[in-house]
Write a protein of this length. Structure first.
Lengths: 206, 291
């Protein structure tokens, strides 16, 4: 009888533990969508050529489907509480997706405009990358994507910049390294809730 | 020191842990380097390239095209799942750097400081509860975006955090950036599920879809006579409980004179086989119950 009770208790506790874990997983998914993905190490697509990306839009991909591209606006006050507590002065952006949507190949380079803080580039790809010139050494064909790409840009904001409403207001430029032609310009902004905005309280884009 | 004796007793397994790091973790990542060399790729060979989570996320979201050029990942998954069916989850128990790291970090911690719910809950509930939730969240994020869910695959990734920690040894600036998800994972994987979890394999139970699927296959495979599995021969058993204590994945429970091995969580690490002074536990082919 005692063994039976123990088994029932164990089964009940197991169900409670599994339910708790499910709530935790769903809660983590909600938190990631609402808070973490838009504001911390935000990932975004970089098709080229897409021109000046003034607003969120989709562009046709000759390889099939379409690609969503957007200006990047990070509201640093919306970041997760752990980030704000333990590592507030470093923010990151990331991409795995550099897609050539043109009809001709491009050997691309990347640069930021209006840089006012230290930015660390961490670029790894399945094709050679020159960290000095920040260009790929081989062209990307039409409809192709830079293979096995991982790019992290880390922005190091010193206290005097963090005291301002806008921490960084510039753009990422993707250009043809052989012709210097600008292919895509993605505006990037790190700002506080208190920063002025045309649409009221600024929200992180995602 | 108890943990040093355990390491000495089963030294080949702990050497295999080092082998797992050498094969999968940057800067060595020998297996991944070899695969990239054969492909002519200059991509960074790190633990991320044999992700334990993304394939299950892609399957849940119907993103099958992502598999097209992932030969390394497909080969890795095929090997892990195939060996799990035939021999038990040997990758989990012997090679996985994410699990072995926390298991080692856990060993010096006094037993009284560790979370031990072995007799209170069935760890299979955690394991499959997580797998079901992981798959469901991924699918809902993809097919019902209005629910406001995102997949938890990459944002809460223990492999990334382990690789970051190792990168930090060689280049301290690798530790300069932390996102909230990463900090939460350090808490859930390394602290709660590792250092302060009996056996140090908590994340394997409540955070790893590859481990869950591996054990689901082992559960099926172990019922077949031609597969290998850990078996208990009760004739000599003195119910000392050493096997239950030694098991890092909460797979062994004793009840009266029976020793039950939970196939849903057993990683075939063979710690129980090594610790049993009566030779009651074996790793062999044949029927599930040896007697």
């Amino acid at each position: 009888m005692k063994s039976g009770n123990t088994n029932v208790k164990r089964a009940v506790y197991s169900i409670v533990a599994a339910a708790f874990l499910s709530v935790l997983v769903f809660g983590s998914g909600l938190y990631a969508k609402s808070t973490l993905n838009p504001t911390e190490l935000s990932h975004f697509f970089v098709p080229f050529p897409a021109g000046m990306v003034m607003k969120p839009m989709t562009v046709d991909n000759p390889a099939g489907g379409s690609i969503f591209v957007r200006p990047i606006v990070i509201n640093v006050d919306q970041r997760g509480i752990l980030k704000r507590l333990f590592n507030p002065g470093v923010e990151g952006l990331s991409t795995h997706w550099l897609d050539n949507i043109d009809t001709v190949p491009h050997r691309i380079g990347m640069k930021f405009t209006n840089i006012n803080v230290e930015v660390e580039w961490d670029v790894h790809a399945g094709i050679p990358w020159d960290p000095e010139t920040r260009t790929f050494e081989v062209p990307i064909g039409p409809g192709e994507r830079v293979p096995d790409l991982g790019v992290d840009w880390l922005f190091f904001f010193p206290p005097e910049v963090m005291a301002q409403d806008v921490w960084y207001d510039g753009s990422l430029i993707v250009y043809d390294a052989d012709t210097d032609e600008t292919l895509t310009t993605i505006p990037i902004k790190f700002q506080k809730s208190t920063a002025a905005s045309d649409s009221g309280r600024p929200k992180s884009s995602y | 020191m108890e943990f040093l004796a355990a390491i000495k007793r089963h030294k080949w397994r702990y050497l295999a842990f080092l082998g797992g790091f050498a094969l999968f973790v940057y800067p060595s990542a020998l297996l991944i380097r070899a695969a990239f060399f054969l492909q002519g790729s200059t991509a960074m060979p790190d633990l991320h390239k044999t992700c334990f989570r993304m394939p299950f996320d892609w399957l849940a979201t119907g993103n099958f095209a992502t598999f097209e050029d992932r030969f390394l990942l497909i080969g890795f998954l095929g090997a892990v799942l195939g060996t799990s069916f035939l021999f038990g989850p040997l990758f989990c128990g012997w090679l996985c750097p994410v699990g072995s790291f926390t298991e080692m970090a856990n060993k010096p911690v006094p037993r009284k400081m560790k979370i031990d719910l072995t007799r209170k809950i069935n760890p299979a509930a955690l394991r499959y509860g997580f797998l079901a939730s992981f798959v469901l969240v991924s699918a809902l994020a993809a097919f019902a975006p209005s629910l406001g869910l995102a997949g938890i695959c990459c944002r809460y990734c223990a492999s990334s955090q382990l690789q970051n920690l190792v990168n930090g040894i060689f280049n301290p600036s690798a530790l300069s950036y932390w996102h909230s998800g990463g900090i939460m994972v350090i808490g859930g994987w390394l602290l709660i599920g590792g250092i302060f979890w009996k056996g140090g394999r908590g994340w394997c139970l409540y955070g790893c879809p590859l481990g869950a699927v591996s054990n689901a296959l082992h559960t099926i495979g172990s019922r077949l006579g031609f597969t290998y599995k850990v078996k208990h021969v009760s004739t000599n058993c003195v119910q000392c409980g050493k096997c239950e204590q030694a098991c890092p994945s909460w797979s062994i429970t004793r009840k009266e004179k029976e020793v039950n091995i939970n196939r849903s969580t057993c990683t075939t690490c063979l710690e129980c086989v090594k610790v049993c002074g009566q030779k009651c536990l074996t790793y062999a082919r044949g029927k599930l119950h040896a007697n």
